[in-house]
Design a protein. Structure first.
Length: 203
């Protein structure tokens, strides 16, 4: 999946260099050629911070290798969305939420992976307005200064972040959305991988 993502980055005209953050001890598995490799950290933010040390440009795009169906066109579009608005700190790929989203009562467990959780009643607290909800993806492009400042903010907030946009937002930065496609899926289960392989084969 890393190779597929790197190939898309290579084909994007705006990408000047590529840095991969990988698990410590595996740098030599990816090192070589035109790809820089750094050790990842214990959290997503630490991995991004480590990779950002190798960035000397005004803009940077962050992408999860778990989304191997990213296209060069999507990377270019997200970067162009950011460049078109000088006052924006970032721009991300995202898709409108189509499911009805329920928020559960505080303290409820997420997921159904253990018998204890399966037998626990989850109580709906409220139903959110899906017309205002978008599911964030990557790539996410940022002005480097804004992202560095966001990563240097509240340590607890940074450690808990699930994407970079939420950090930049919390730090006061304006982040734009570029509408993407559901095909830019995230591989988190074996079934996701089978779907991704099928779609890549079609390409």
């Amino acid at each position: 999946m890393v190779e597929w993502s790197v190939a898309a980055c290579r084909a994007a005209a705006s990408v000047r260099s590529i840095v991969v953050a990988c698990p410590p001890g595996h740098i030599h598995d990816l090192a070589g050629g035109d790809v820089g490799v750094v050790d990842g950290g214990a959290t997503r933010a630490e991995s991004v911070r480590n990779a950002l040390e190798a960035v000397g440009t005004e803009l940077v795009a962050i992408h999860d290798a778990a989304r191997p169906l990213v296209t060069p066109e999507l990377i270019e579009d997200v970067v162009a969305t950011l460049v078109a608005d000088p006052d924006a700190a970032g721009a991300i790929a995202a898709i409108p939420v189509t499911d009805t989203i329920k928020r559960v009562a505080s303290g409820a467990e997420r997921g159904f992976t253990t018998p204890e959780v399966k037998n626990r009643r989850l109580i709906i607290d409220s139903t959110l307005d899906r017309g205002k909800l978008w599911a964030a993806q990557t790539p996410q492009a940022f002005r480097v200064a804004a992202l560095r400042a966001a990563l240097a903010a509240d340590p607890e907030r940074v450690a808990a972040a699930t994407d970079e946009a939420m950090l930049v937002e919390a730090d006061g930065g304006r982040v734009l959305i570029h509408p993407a496609s559901a095909e830019n899926l995230k591989v988190t289960t074996p079934q996701d991988l089978r779907v991704a392989e099928l779609l890549l084969a079609q390409q």
